[in-house]
Write a protein of this length. Sequence first.
Lengths: 115, 110
Amino acid sequence: DTEVTQTPKHLVMGMTNKKSLKCEQHMGHRAMYWYKQKAKKPPELMFVYSYEKLSINESVPSRFSPECPNSSLLNLHLHALQPEDSALYLCASSRTVLGNTGELFFGEGSRLTVL
Amino acid sequence: AQRVTQPEKLLSVFKGAPVELKCNYSYSGSPELFWYVQYSRQRLQLLLRHISRESIKGFTADLNKGETSFHLKKPFAQEEDSAMYYCALSGGSNTGKLIFGQGTTLQVKP
Protein backbone atom coordinates (compact mmCIF):
# COMPACT_ATOMS: atom_id res chain seq x y z
CA ASP A 1 0.00 0.00 0.00
CA THR A 2 1.72 3.18 -1.17
CA GLU A 3 -1.07 5.63 -0.64
CA VAL A 4 -2.17 8.18 1.88
CA THR A 5 -5.90 7.87 2.44
CA GLN A 6 -8.02 10.73 3.70
CA THR A 7 -11.61 10.69 4.89
CA PRO A 8 -14.05 12.19 4.36
CA LYS A 9 -13.48 13.51 0.86
CA HIS A 10 -16.04 16.26 1.42
CA LEU A 11 -17.31 17.78 4.64
CA VAL A 12 -19.83 20.55 5.25
CA MET A 13 -20.15 21.85 8.76
CA GLY A 14 -21.65 24.71 10.67
CA MET A 15 -19.64 27.07 12.79
CA THR A 16 -20.77 25.38 16.00
CA ASN A 17 -20.13 21.81 14.90
CA LYS A 18 -17.32 19.50 15.96
CA LYS A 19 -15.93 17.24 13.27
CA SER A 20 -12.73 15.40 12.46
CA LEU A 21 -10.64 14.72 9.40
CA LYS A 22 -8.77 11.44 9.23
CA CYS A 23 -5.62 10.38 7.47
CA GLU A 24 -4.03 6.95 7.22
CA GLN A 25 -0.86 5.53 5.69
CA HIS A 26 0.67 2.06 5.83
CA MET A 27 4.05 2.80 4.30
CA GLY A 28 5.86 2.77 7.63
CA HIS A 29 6.43 6.52 7.42
CA ARG A 30 7.23 8.21 10.70
CA ALA A 31 6.45 11.79 9.71
CA MET A 32 2.98 13.06 8.94
CA TYR A 33 1.75 16.49 7.94
CA TRP A 34 -1.35 18.60 7.63
CA TYR A 35 -1.47 21.23 4.88
CA LYS A 36 -4.22 23.68 4.03
CA GLN A 37 -4.82 24.66 0.42
CA LYS A 38 -7.11 27.43 -0.73
CA ALA A 39 -8.30 27.57 -4.31
CA LYS A 40 -5.54 28.37 -6.82
CA LYS A 41 -3.01 28.72 -4.00
CA PRO A 42 -0.11 26.51 -2.90
CA PRO A 43 -0.38 24.21 0.10
CA GLU A 44 0.44 25.89 3.41
CA LEU A 45 1.92 23.84 6.21
CA MET A 46 -0.15 23.59 9.38
CA PHE A 47 1.36 20.81 11.50
CA VAL A 48 4.18 18.28 11.43
CA TYR A 49 4.30 15.10 13.47
CA SER A 50 7.53 13.21 13.85
CA TYR A 51 7.44 9.80 15.53
CA GLU A 52 3.94 10.59 16.78
CA LYS A 53 5.05 13.80 18.47
CA LEU A 54 4.05 17.26 17.31
CA SER A 55 7.20 18.92 16.04
CA ILE A 56 5.86 21.94 14.17
CA ASN A 57 2.73 24.03 14.68
CA GLU A 58 2.71 26.91 12.23
CA SER A 59 0.77 29.19 14.58
CA VAL A 60 -2.48 27.51 13.66
CA PRO A 61 -5.59 28.70 15.57
CA SER A 62 -6.63 26.41 18.41
CA ARG A 63 -9.93 25.62 16.68
CA PHE A 64 -7.77 23.15 14.72
CA SER A 65 -6.49 20.37 16.96
CA PRO A 66 -4.22 17.67 15.52
CA GLU A 67 -3.80 14.23 16.95
CA CYS A 68 -1.51 11.35 16.05
CA PRO A 69 -2.80 8.22 17.85
CA ASN A 70 -0.19 5.97 16.24
CA SER A 71 2.36 5.97 13.47
CA SER A 72 -0.24 5.19 10.79
CA LEU A 73 -2.99 7.61 11.74
CA LEU A 74 -3.33 11.36 11.83
CA ASN A 75 -6.46 13.25 12.78
CA LEU A 76 -7.44 16.87 12.59
CA HIS A 77 -10.20 17.83 15.02
CA LEU A 78 -12.27 20.83 14.03
CA HIS A 79 -14.34 22.97 16.36
CA ALA A 80 -15.93 26.39 16.06
CA LEU A 81 -14.54 26.99 12.60
CA GLN A 82 -15.07 30.11 10.56
CA PRO A 83 -16.23 30.34 6.94
CA GLU A 84 -12.71 31.44 5.94
CA ASP A 85 -11.46 28.04 7.09
CA SER A 86 -13.15 26.50 4.08
CA ALA A 87 -10.38 24.89 2.05
CA LEU A 88 -8.85 21.63 0.89
CA TYR A 89 -7.02 19.97 3.76
CA LEU A 90 -4.17 17.78 2.63
CA CYS A 91 -2.48 15.10 4.64
CA ALA A 92 1.01 13.95 3.70
CA SER A 93 3.60 11.55 4.99
CA SER A 94 7.31 10.99 4.54
CA ARG A 95 9.79 8.37 5.67
CA THR A 96 11.08 10.75 8.31
CA VAL A 97 10.89 14.51 8.63
CA LEU A 98 12.28 16.10 5.53
CA GLY A 99 15.96 16.12 5.00
CA ASN A 100 17.63 15.42 1.72
CA THR A 101 14.96 13.11 0.40
CA GLY A 102 12.17 15.62 0.44
CA GLU A 103 9.52 13.28 -0.86
CA LEU A 104 6.12 13.86 0.59
CA PHE A 105 3.30 11.47 -0.25
CA PHE A 106 0.07 13.39 -0.38
CA GLY A 107 -3.49 12.27 0.07
CA GLU A 108 -6.25 13.47 -2.21
CA GLY A 109 -7.47 15.85 0.43
CA SER A 110 -10.64 16.58 2.36
CA ARG A 111 -12.62 19.48 0.99
CA LEU A 112 -14.12 21.38 3.89
CA THR A 113 -16.94 23.91 3.65
CA VAL A 114 -17.87 25.89 6.73
CA LEU A 115 -21.30 27.52 6.61
CA ALA B 1 13.47 34.83 4.99
CA GLN B 2 12.80 31.58 3.17
CA ARG B 3 10.81 32.16 0.03
CA VAL B 4 10.07 30.52 -3.30
CA THR B 5 8.99 32.60 -6.28
CA GLN B 6 7.41 31.30 -9.44
CA PRO B 7 6.85 34.38 -11.56
CA GLU B 8 4.46 32.86 -14.09
CA LYS B 9 0.93 31.81 -13.13
CA LEU B 10 0.31 30.34 -16.55
CA LEU B 11 2.63 29.08 -19.23
CA SER B 12 1.06 28.06 -22.52
CA VAL B 13 3.07 26.30 -25.23
CA PHE B 14 2.42 24.15 -28.26
CA LYS B 15 3.19 20.46 -28.30
CA GLY B 16 6.81 19.84 -29.22
CA ALA B 17 7.98 23.27 -28.05
CA PRO B 18 10.58 23.65 -25.30
CA VAL B 19 9.35 24.42 -21.81
CA GLU B 20 10.99 26.30 -18.97
CA LEU B 21 9.16 26.84 -15.71
CA LYS B 22 10.96 29.41 -13.62
CA CYS B 23 11.68 29.16 -9.92
CA ASN B 24 13.76 31.45 -7.75
CA TYR B 25 14.39 31.00 -4.08
CA SER B 26 15.61 32.89 -1.06
CA TYR B 27 17.39 30.86 1.60
CA SER B 28 20.36 31.60 3.80
CA GLY B 29 21.69 28.07 4.12
CA SER B 30 22.31 25.26 1.67
CA PRO B 31 18.98 24.80 -0.12
CA GLU B 32 17.16 21.60 -0.84
CA LEU B 33 14.81 22.13 -3.76
CA PHE B 34 12.08 20.10 -5.38
CA TRP B 35 9.49 20.21 -8.10
CA TYR B 36 6.03 18.84 -7.36
CA VAL B 37 3.32 18.30 -9.97
CA GLN B 38 -0.43 18.00 -9.78
CA TYR B 39 -2.19 16.59 -12.82
CA SER B 40 -5.91 17.17 -13.24
CA ARG B 41 -7.90 15.21 -10.65
CA GLN B 42 -4.77 13.61 -9.23
CA ARG B 43 -2.92 14.12 -5.99
CA LEU B 44 0.14 16.28 -5.60
CA GLN B 45 3.29 14.25 -6.22
CA LEU B 46 7.03 14.71 -6.32
CA LEU B 47 8.45 15.18 -9.81
CA LEU B 48 12.12 15.60 -9.05
CA ARG B 49 14.61 16.82 -6.45
CA HIS B 50 17.84 18.69 -7.07
CA ILE B 51 20.14 16.35 -5.18
CA SER B 52 19.21 13.41 -7.40
CA ARG B 53 20.15 15.22 -10.60
CA GLU B 54 17.66 12.94 -12.32
CA SER B 55 15.45 13.32 -15.35
CA ILE B 56 11.82 12.39 -14.85
CA LYS B 57 9.37 12.30 -17.77
CA GLY B 58 11.96 14.23 -19.75
CA PHE B 59 12.10 17.07 -17.22
CA THR B 60 15.34 18.30 -15.67
CA ALA B 61 16.15 21.04 -13.22
CA ASP B 62 19.54 22.43 -12.29
CA LEU B 63 20.23 24.28 -9.10
CA ASN B 64 22.04 27.55 -9.81
CA LYS B 65 23.21 28.95 -6.50
CA GLY B 66 24.62 32.08 -8.10
CA GLU B 67 21.26 33.02 -9.56
CA THR B 68 19.32 31.32 -6.73
CA SER B 69 17.25 29.52 -9.33
CA PHE B 70 15.93 26.03 -9.93
CA HIS B 71 14.18 26.23 -13.28
CA LEU B 72 12.36 23.20 -14.66
CA LYS B 73 13.01 22.39 -18.30
CA LYS B 74 11.86 20.00 -20.96
CA PRO B 75 13.04 20.15 -24.55
CA PHE B 76 9.81 18.95 -26.18
CA ALA B 77 6.50 19.43 -24.37
CA GLN B 78 3.76 16.81 -24.57
CA GLU B 79 0.05 17.33 -24.03
CA GLU B 80 0.15 15.04 -21.01
CA ASP B 81 2.55 17.47 -19.34
CA SER B 82 -0.34 19.88 -18.79
CA ALA B 83 -0.59 20.30 -15.03
CA MET B 84 0.10 22.58 -12.09
CA TYR B 85 3.78 22.68 -11.14
CA TYR B 86 5.04 23.78 -7.75
CA CYS B 87 8.62 24.54 -6.87
CA ALA B 88 9.35 23.79 -3.21
CA LEU B 89 12.12 24.50 -0.74
CA SER B 90 12.92 22.41 2.29
CA GLY B 91 13.14 24.75 5.24
CA GLY B 92 16.20 23.28 6.90
CA SER B 93 17.34 19.74 7.59
CA ASN B 94 15.02 17.66 9.70
CA THR B 95 12.44 20.38 10.25
CA GLY B 96 9.76 18.76 8.16
CA LYS B 97 8.93 22.09 6.61
CA LEU B 98 8.37 22.35 2.85
CA ILE B 99 7.75 25.82 1.43
CA PHE B 100 5.88 25.94 -1.85
CA GLY B 101 5.94 28.57 -4.55
CA GLN B 102 2.68 29.94 -5.92
CA GLY B 103 2.64 27.40 -8.72
CA THR B 104 2.64 27.61 -12.50
CA THR B 105 -0.05 26.07 -14.66
CA LEU B 106 1.48 24.54 -17.76
CA GLN B 107 -0.88 24.26 -20.68
CA VAL B 108 0.38 22.30 -23.68
CA LYS B 109 -1.73 22.89 -26.76
CA PRO B 110 -2.00 20.35 -29.59
